[in-house]
Design a protein around this ligand. Structure first.
Ligand SMILES: NC(=O)c1ccc[n+]([C@@H]2O[C@H](COP(=O)([O-])OP(=O)(O)OC[C@H]3O[C@@H](n4cnc5c(N)ncnc54)[C@H](O)[C@@H]3O)[C@@H](O)[C@H]2O)c1
Length: 362
């Protein structure tokens, strides 16, 4: 089974293929260079003389490390005819997007995402985010690949938290796209483990939903901001747990907290209430294989630290907190609330309610 679609961008359009067995068909080409997650070195047969192996670590996404990759590319003879193949998750994608955009003012590139987060979400949209010294994702740009090959075979070696986290990002996109797309997505019953043709359909559905956002708002100014759903509440948990709670799992928990906050602060009702409850039930099922670990991590977290991390989110304004929450119309809305004691107590209540109602605490 092979699904495909095109993404239109101001850089031109690019094709996205979703299927199985795609990376094994990758034929070494003249003028090709490979930027590869070092995890894949043993599993893939690639020409070592034109390959740069990159450890998929946050420290590799550093501005200083970019110059060493550029230097290595120069030593290996990269020129304007060079086509770069990137194979790996979001870290390799961020690095390749950035490096190919500036090397000799731009090289063409193809991307094989290898984590579920990158397959179902980040592989389209063209964004890069690079850390500068201690500052995460401080700089970046937009430079989409020329083609994307999403190969389900990479899921075979991913653990439950990577699959569950990727599925959390996928349902987030489908929920953001609106009730009809969300309903169709739930029909696929996307849960761990994600395998075979259903897996292809799940990833394809999420990417098709994301295509709408990145075409209508290529530079992340309005509609695309809704894709931050779950992130403001979730990042605070991820950081407070010292990253014991994985990113995608934290996003799932963040979406649950946002549902509670929408009920408390915005009087969520109508189709929005029904839909967000359906999302809440689905997220509980999705997270259930990790429930013991999540409960243990949450019990160690201090809620004051969570709130301090929540306050530090760069999306807030000077006088207002900003967060994406479910709307009564059934989709999502960017919600602002004044920075006062009333809002703070509602936010704290939303965290507490989310975890007690869902039996993640106690
Ligand atoms: N550019 C974007 O649009 C975008 C969007 C979201 C996140 N990000 C960034 O992506 C990064 C997170 O990326 P990620 O979660 O995709 O993964 P990752 O690149 O951080 O990799 C996570 C781990 O999975 C391993 N791995 C990769 N493929 C594997 C496979 N098939 N089987 C087993 N292990 C595998 C890696 O070696 C690494 O140890 C963060 O730095 C985040 O800031 C970028």
């Amino acid at each position: 089974m092979l699904e495909s679609f095109e993404v239109d961008t101001s850089f031109g359009s690019y094709k996205v293929k979703v299927g199985q067995g795609l990376h094994s068909k990758l034929q070494p080409k003249k003028h090709a260079m490979y930027l590869v997650d070092d995890y894949h070195l043993r599993g893939l047969k690639l020409p070592m003389e034109s390959l740069i192996a990159i450890p998929a670590l946050e420290s590799s996404k550093n501005l200083d490390y970019m110059s060493s990759i550029i230097e290595k590319m120069r030593e290996l003879g990269a020129n304007r005819d060079t086509h770069v193949y990137a194979i790996g998750g979001g870290i390799i994608q961020d690095i390749t997007t950035f490096v190919t955009s500036i090397y000799m003012r731009g090289l063409s590139w193809s991307y094989f995402p290898s984590t579920l987060l990158s397959m179902a979400d980040s592989c389209i949209g063209g964004k890069s985010s690079i850390n500068v010294r201690g500052y995460k994702n401080l700089i970046g740009n937009i430079y989409p690949p020329n083609e994307v090959f999403v190969d389900m075979d990479f899921c075979k070696t991913l653990g439950p938290d990577e699959i569950i986290g990727g599925l959390a990002e996928a349902v987030k996109i489908c929920y953001a796209r609106g009730p009809e797309v969300f309903e169709q997505y739930l029909q696929l019953d996307p849960l761990y483990p994600l395998i075979g043709e259903n897996g292809v359909k799940v990833i394809f559905s999420a990417l098709l939903a994301k295509k709408w956002f990145i075409e209508i708002d290529e530079f992340d100014r309005s509609e695309r901001l809704l894709l931050n759903y779950g992130h403001t509440f979730g990042h605070a948990l991820e950081a407070s747990s010292n990253f014991e709670i994985a990113h995608g799992v934290a996003v799932a928990l963040g979406m649950i907290v946002a549902i509670e906050y929408a009920s408390l602060a915005a009087g969520l009702n109508g189709v929005g209430k029904d839909n967000s409850q359906r999302l809440g039930f689905y997220l509980q099922r999705l997270l259930s294989p990790l429930k013991v670990e999540i409960k243990a991590a949450l019990q160690k977290i201090d809620m004051n630290t969570v709130f301090a991390k929540f306050e530090g989110d760069k999306k807030h304004r000077h006088t207002e907190y900003r967060m994406v929450i479910p709307s009564s119309e059934g989709g999502l809305v960017l919600f602002s609330s004044p920075k006062n004691n009333q809002t703070r107590s509602l936010i704290q209540k939303a965290y507490q309610q989310a975890f007690s109602v869902n039996d993640f605490l106690g």
